[in-house]
Ligand binder design. Structure first.
Ligand code: HEC
Length: 141
């Protein structure tokens, strides 16, 4: 009986730790990324200043089906963005310019957390993006 109770408590605590990690990561995203990368599908596409996160993550996941590799890519790109590393469609860079490095704005711990969270969370179910027609926009190896 006692051990069942204990397990129950451990379970609840374990679960809230996970929830806390997610909401903490989400607030980092809200503070440090969302002013450029919208979390929703924009109604007015002309007003946005960077690709919304659904589209960004769709491309990251097409190139990096493994979470480990995807997270490493994001952690690196956010600090050291470059045209040669970019996975997004060329027209996005032509429109928005290269992402400014966020190295000074985010700690590496926060960046790891936020990268893991966006990999798990986006694109949201049902999101339809652009750029898979016959692999035209896919970077060829
Ligand atoms: C000042 C605006 C701005 C901020 C803040 C910003 N980004 Fe970006 N980001 C951009 C733009 C513009 C692009 C598209 C051009 C490019 O890929 O470099 C981009 C592209 C990206 C990409 C795709 C890279 C590629 O092309 O393959 C990722 C991943 C990304 N951002 C993650 C983040 C994360 C995570 C944060 C928060 C820590 C963040 N960004 C904060 C503007 C921003």
């Amino acid at each position: 009986m006692k051990s069942i109770l204990l397990r129950g408590i451990v379970g609840v605590v374990g679960c809230s730790v996970t929830l806390f990690a997610a909401s903490n990561a989400e607030s980092i995203f809200d503070n440090k990324c969302a002013m450029c990368h919208m979390k929703t599908v924009p109604t007015d596409k002309s007003a946005i200043i960077a690709p919304p996160i659904n589209g960004v993550m769709r491309h990251v996941k097409m190139h990096y089906p493994s979470k480990h590799d995807g997270v490493s890519f994001i952690v690196d790109y956010v600090q050291y963005p470059s045209q040669t590393k970019a996975l997004c469609m060329k027209k996005k860079i032509a429109r928005f310019g290269l992402m400014p490095s966020q190295k000074e704005n985010i700690s590496s711990k926060e960046l790891e957390e936020v990268a893991s969270w966006i990999y798990d969370t986006y694109p949201r179910a049902g999101f339809k993006g652009q750029g898979i027609m016959k692999g035209r926009f896919m970077k060829t190896p």
